[in-house]
Write a protein that binds this ligand. Sequence first.
Ligand code: HEM
Length: 160
Amino acid sequence: MLIMKTTFMLASALRQFVACPGNKCISLSTPELRFFVIDHLYNQLGEEKISRLVAAFYSQVKTDDLLGPMYPPDDWEGSEKRLRDFLIYRLGGPDTYLRERGHPRLRARHMPFQIGLAERDRWLDMMGRAMREADISPEIAPVLGAFFAQLADFMRNKEG
Ligand code: HEM
């Protein structure tokens, strides 16, 4: 199972998972389970893997004809750090992002950029490739992929 310190049991009659972090048990539907797992992925991935993932992502963004021009051209290191710190924090690691940038407010922060279906899909294609390059394990890749897909879709702010 993904989370070693947590006991998961499938209560088949209820079609729900029961997670018992410590000695308190809670029941989770499948979407909730996904987010429960997301909150703890830092323990599985570690900072090095997350850094590798974000570096592999940005090495593509830099030369991408659609998304590349949206990013500040003289601050690639800063952009990489912001996404890396965000993921580390969101996946349950240290909260450097929160301390330095405040609440993520990701949808609001993406408003200055025109994001439609093409931009969303390009972002996800590059992140998918980055996950393969960074050797994200087959157990974790679908969970992380679903998390990215949901957030990227939420970032859309124009028709089409
Ligand atoms: C859907 C397509 C997306 C596009 C076109 C896009 C584009 C951008 C751009 C142009 C920036 C500004 C670069 C900077 O100065 O940091 C940015 C920032 C950022 N993006 Fe995205 N993004 C997308 C999706 C996502 C997703 C899915 C996530 C989270 C998994 C994300 C997380 C972030 C973060 C954390 C920042 C820095 C926010 C800050 O603290 O200022 N983005 N994005």
